[in-house]
Design a protein around this ligand. Structure first.
Ligand code: NAP
Length: 185
């Protein structure tokens, strides 16, 4: 069975989006192909994300992973829109995170479920639904924006580093989410 993988690009100061959802720093940082990203894309069978991430994708119109990936996409929102854009090969869902992950797992047909964005990932982590975190560390400081992980009161989730590599502009890091935090949930 596939795993649940949170795939994210993060600035050195821990942001996944700059103010106003600016994502230009991500594209500037890449500078070339990433074996890690290619592997994640190839092993992803379905994607789950929140409406805000979807809106940025819709704004840029480049498709998921710049069109490098196609498959079932589930967008969480409390207010599903009437019209879905042509490129969106998935659907809007309004349901608890466990149900959304179960839906994505089924759609992934044995491949991995990719989680995009901070809010959905936080909800998944709170419910111990994430197996792996893949981070592309970008050589930039943003100062403000959306934090990788923010939970009032804090929560310690132990991770095991399983991979480190360098691509053109990025440092790729992979972590397995610790079993102890899963047991504590
Ligand atoms: N650096 C990266 O790798 C990366 C990756 C992905 C995204 N991003 C960026 O991160 C930003 C998105 O931030 P985010 O992760 O905080 O927001 P998000 O998850 O993309 O969107 C939040 C919205 O999703 C909906 N939602 C989330 N959980 C829900 C649930 N359980 N049930 C129903 N609806 C739910 C709600 O939409 P409604 O308000 O419609 O109810 C909520 O306002 C964007 O700027 C995006 O470009 C960066």
């Amino acid at each position: 069975m596939g795993t649940v993988v949170w795939h994210v690009t993060m600035s050195l100061d821990g942001f996944i989006a700059a103010p106003d959802d600016a994502m230009d720093w991500v594209f500037e940082s890449w500078g070339g192909p990433s074996e890690t990203a290619n592997e994640v894309i190839a092993t992803t069978g379905a994607i789950l994300m929140g409406r805000r991430t979807y809106e940025v994708e819709d704004r840029d119109r480049a498709g998921i992973y710049g069109g490098a990936w196609t498959g079932p996409i589930f967008v969480l929102t409390h207010e599903p829109p009437d019209d879905e854009p042509d490129w969106l090969t998935g659907t809007f869902v309004d349901e608890p995170i466990e149900a959304a992950v179960a839906r994505a797992r089924e759609a992934a047909r044995g491949k991995n479920v990719g989680i995009l964005g901070a809010s959905v990932a936080r909800q998944c982590l709170e419910q111990s639904l994430v197996d792996e975190i893949v981070v592309h560390l970008a050589p930039v400081l943003l100062g403000d924006g959306i934090r990788l992980f923010e939970l009032p009161g804090g929560r310690r989730i132990r991770l095991e580093r399983t991979h480190v590599s360098r691509t053109a502009g990025l440092t790729d890091l992979r972590f397995r989410v610790g079993d102890d935090s899963k047991e504590a949930a």
